[in-house]
Design a protein around this ligand. Structure first.
Ligand SMILES: [Zn+2]
Length: 112
């Protein structure tokens, strides 16, 4: 089954810089719809997409997402709509980027 990929989608790949398998963000897609480059949200390295090794990595389960809570990079959460996610960046006060199983989303936090 072909899944149409788009820039911003999530794919799992081993990051050479981080030294572990993690979700990467699709950075470029060829005309044929194949992923050509991905970027690691943790170290920001942009690497060619290796492909193949996609498997769900449900190793850690985060606490339910709570917008009043203050998150840090690397924390995991369980969102009621998007599922398991990992905080990849704190953007500015009150905003975080979270990598979910399908793509990156921007959420609010520390919103008491
Ligand atoms: Zn990395």
């Amino acid at each position: 089954m072909e899944h149409k990929v788009a820039i911003g989608d999530r794919v799992d790949q081993v990051c050479v810089t981080c030294g572990e398998e993690r979700g990467h963000i699709v950075a470029s897609v060829s005309k044929a719809g194949k992923i050509t480059r991905v970027s690691c949200p943790i170290c920001n390295s942009r690497v060619p997409y290796k492909g193949g090794a996609t498997r769900p990595t449900a190793t850690k389960t985060g606490a339910p997402y709570d917008r009043t809570r203050t998150y840090r990079r690397g924390q995991t959460m369980l969102h009621p709509n998007f599922g398991e996610g990992e905080v990849t960046a704190v953007i500015e006060s009150g905003k975080i980027d979270v990598l979910f199983a399908d793509r990156m989303r921007r959420l609010v936090h520390a919103n008491a």
